[in-house]
Design a binder for this molecule. Structure first.
Ligand SMILES: Cc1cc2nc3c(=O)[nH]c(=O)nc-3n(C[C@H](O)[C@H](O)[C@H](O)COP(=O)(O)O)c2cc1C
Length: 376
């Protein structure tokens, strides 16, 4: 039976399934529920020092469904970070750690571009007992208007500087959460790791416009008839998340050995998780999947990942982490590989046709062999 337990940046988890920052980690009640259901770790909803500046609208979600099965596969949100007060969060972090001392609780934090603000939020949360941090440098809507979130994440110099500020005061592991809304993910990733982050989390949502209602002619989600571009998640983003994780994992292997990666984006099953781990992730996060199916999905996810591992004879997550990275090449290398394979096949075929002694005649290739002897 496969062993799913892992230790990532010194954090011991019973399995690699982590609640991603968002509604499934939005207060102590639901975080407790996630621990009770068996999630390996929980990342709380992103918090900031001044919750009173955070004002949400409704509706703030819009969803894309399959034409046939009607299953939701795309999800846009224009939700902001937590609107609950920082003091309330500190109390809840303390009470959660009292109740679940052995479980991994990660605070997701975001602040304005000021060293003192980042130092304060980090110091107070770690005093409240959280086990690690995820820096939200990646929310693509609302917060960038205050120069926060992805406004920082798209700028490698700022990413390095902010990670450096955090590194100076953090005594616990720090992951930097990346925005996919950049051309080269390697640039902010390397900047975060140079700044002192212990790991990377990717991806946050992809900037999107979900659609336009053809009756009202208004884009969705429609707030008093108007909208603003939001963040796209759910199954539809998985191929993009896989590509980005592959690029980050390759960079970590080559230039930052020992740093970790938490994969996020459209993960809903154990087989989805297996693919992220094969591409180099240490852990996997789930946000929209929990909003679609509830906290209980972790059980079938664990079962499916275990079955995958048993089928391949993998005893631990480390046995297959990053295994499939070796199968990526440049396009030019694919052309070369294919030319070599075709030449090899032709040589094998030609060799088969060549009759040097009567024992080489085969029933299957009889006509081709006769033709070959006529060609000389
Ligand atoms: C409604 C909603 C709210 C979210 N809020 C946050 C947040 O507060 N902080 C954050 O870092 N990511 C937030 N996210 C992004 C998710 O953590 C995750 O990176 C993204 O949705 C992709 O993963 P998924 O397809 O499993 O949802 C939110 C996503 C959704 C759908």
């Amino acid at each position: 039976m496969a062993d799913l337990s892992i230790t990532v940046n010194g954090l011991k988890m019973p399995n690699p399934f982590v609640i991603g920052s968002g509604p499934p980690g939005t207060n102590a009640n639901v975080i407790g529920k996630a621990f009770d259901e068996g999630w390996g770790a929980v990342i709380a909803k992103t918090i900031s020092l001044e919750a009173e500046k955070v004002i949400n609208v409704q509706p703030r979600y819009a969803r894309l469904r399959s034409r046939e099965s009607k299953e939701i596969f795309g999800w846009e949100n224009i939700e902001l970070i937590s609107d609950r007060s920082f003091e309330t969060w500190l109390d809840e972090f303390k009470s959660l750690k009292d109740k679940y001392p052995d479980r991994v609780l990660i605070a997701s934090v975001m602040e304005e571009y000021r060293e003192d603000a980042w130092a304060e939020i980090i110091e107070k949360c770690q005093d409240a007992g959280v086990d690690a941090f995820e820096l939200n440098l990646s929310c693509p809507h609302g917060l960038p208007e205050r120069k926060m979130g992805s406004a920082m994440g798209v700028n490698p110099d700022i990413v390095e500087e902010v990670c450096g500020w955090v590194h100076r005061v953090a005594k616990i592991p720090v992951w930097a959460k990346m925005t996919p809304n950049v051309t080269r993910i390697e640039d902010p990733t390397a900047a975060a790791l140079r700044g002192g982050a212990d790991g990377i989390a990717a991806i946050n949502t992809i900037r999107s416009v979900l659609g336009v209602d053809l009756k009202t002619l208004r884009p969705e989600p429609s707030v008093e008839g108007y909208t603003t571009p939001g963040g796209y998640s759910c199954q539809a983003v998985r191929p993009i998340a896989l590509r980005i994780c592959m690029e980050i994992a390759t960079l970590i292997r080559e230039e930052f050995p020992g740093k970790t990666l938490s994969g996020i984006g459209g993960i809903e099953t154990g087989n989805d998780a297996a693919q992220f781990i094969l591409l180099g992730c240490d852990t996997v996060q789930v946000c929209t999947g929990v909003m679609k199916s509830g906290y209980k999905i972790v059980k079938p996810m664990i079962e499916e990942l275990s079955a995958f591992m048993d089928e391949h004879g993998f005893n631990t997550i480390d046995d297959f982490k990053g295994h499939s990275l070796q199968f990526f090449k440049t396009h030019a290398e694919l052309v070369e590989l294919q030319a070599e394979a075709r030449a090899r096949k032709k040589a094998e075929h030609d060799a088969k046709q060549m009759i040097r002694e009567d024992a080489q005649w085969t029933g299957d290739d009889f006509v081709d062999q006769s033709d070959a002897l006529a060609r000389g």
